[in-house]
Design a protein around this ligand. Sequence first.
Ligand SMILES: Cc1ncc(C[n+]2csc(CCOP(=O)(O)OP(=O)(O)O)c2C)c(N)n1
Length: 612
Amino acid sequence: MVLDSISSPADLRRLGYPELDQLAAELREFIVEAVSLNGGHLGSNLGAVELTLALHRVFDSPRDILLWDTGHQSYVHKIITGRRHAFTSLRQAGGLSGYPSRDESQHDWIENSHASTILSYAHGIATAVERKGEPRRVVAVIGDGSLTGGMAYEGLNNLGHSGRNVIIVLNDNGRSYAPTVSKLSESLTRIRLNPTYMRRQRRLEQLLSAVPMVGDQLEKGMEGAKAAVREIFEPTAFFEPLGVRYVGPIDGHDIEKVETALRQATEFEGPIVVHLITQKGRGYKLAEDDPVKCLHDMSECKPGSYTAAFGDALMAAAETDPAIVAITAAMPDSTGLLPFGARFPDRFLDVGIAEQHAVTAAAGMAMGGLRPVVAVYSTFLTRAFDQVNLDVGLHGQPVVFCLDRAGITGDDGPSHHGILDLALLSKVPGMTIFAPSSYQELEVMLAEALSITTGPSVLRWPKTDARQVPADQVGSGRKARRVVEGDGEVAILAVGKMVAAAEEAADLLAAQGTSTTVWDVRLAKPLDPDMLADAARHALVVTAEDGLRVGGAGSAITDAIADLDESRQSPPVLTLGTPDGFIPQGKPARIHAELGLDGHGIAASIRKALGR
Ligand SMILES: Cc1ncc(C[n+]2csc(CCOP(=O)(O)OP(=O)(O)O)c2C)c(N)n1
């Protein structure tokens, strides 16, 4: 195995091209095996094998700085920078991160996973490198999908404006999760599919390189000529007006060609895009063939999950209300919207990796009389908080936000946990926040949210199977639901997924003689006054949520109970939630147990508070 001889990037530079091709094949097998064991981003990594090898041969990491947008495609980078043997622990508690990680290696610079940031990091790092006069190159790899995020444009604009020396490797496979949503991507595709353009470009380059350059004037003239000819032949007169040069397109699976292009790019001053055409899922038949399932983090929508409950409920609602439109930011599959898109293609919008745009566009649609439903992961809505607060909230627009993967999500680590939504969104004036605790609850809550005519609403649910409950265990309207009635000793007010844990805690406490009332809060905002009044009759109130403890639903409940009746002593409130800190990767059940947010943990906290 060639792979056995690789323990650092320097080992790559000893190999000839036939050995590199062999290595690429071995790396693909290795990745398929690792991902089938622990999950992960299969297709993106299979598509980035050759470009990663080329990068590590041309540049000398960590002196040269290699940056990966989103970071989900960095497995080969990890393998050849000495982490191959840790792949059995990929995405596991205490194991290798699924993204670059500064703790793991000096070859990693960014703890990423949220898309479209890398050109801004590159601008910042290149500014520092140039200011300090360090002899290091800054190279940023970004996918065509991630280039649809507005921040990527901000990065490009600033790179062009400042003229920083950054090599931007555009890893263009025409796909985000689903096909990339962008006119730019369409024109890139036109180049990719146009052999005449490729031939003409090569001829032009040969011609121009044969002309001797004399003096500044001629050089400027040549630049002008080149630019003019590019304008004619290149459908992508996009980068250059921003001050960013463009070379390509180049077959991103031809290591030699990629290396040549990268070496040439180092000769230029200023930012330059090297456009590589790659194939997602390359070399793995299943991933090449199945455009959705195998390409990403096995992000399918499982039957019986909350995601499926949402997809079903939205379809049903849309059948009777033609104003409903569904919006996704590049994740139609994993937010459960594929069936909706197939049934109502005209009422389904994929805006690209553009959460901020999704939110403000939804405000616009609501202003125009539509009923927009924005389906997004909790962690990704966070970056559009300002748009939620001002563009939707301040304007009182009835946009429904449906947040999947709320709470502790697990394998993707600190940046993917959806633990900020309750704390942040509850601060938006006029916001209504639902947290379903079962499949059936999600259905009634979506209908309720869609009946709101002023102000935004949120439904947030975890990445798990949804509990199935009979009709008499489903709440209604904007009221909380008492699940278990105790005798006044302890009341647990639980949010969403924590209802099941609270019920378990109540059973454990009952077995030891402590009577516990359990409420399904259902709405984290506004809080049900009847629930608050009932809770206040107990000697101890406990709140439980799978989100940030400080500033979350528990904080709001504590304040509301204190405000109930100032003349009366209100009971102590114990708030349980996630701590102030970045929570590492691991299985959600294990993390919940470690944080005391499972049935046993909640019971233990209550026993402690009661001094038992
Ligand atoms: C802000 C944000 N929204 C959504 C995602 C989910 N996501 C992860 S990878 C990806 C697709 C990225 O496409 P591209 O940049 O083209 O890379 P590829 O996987 O095709 O190599 C998406 C949508 C994310 N990581 N960050």
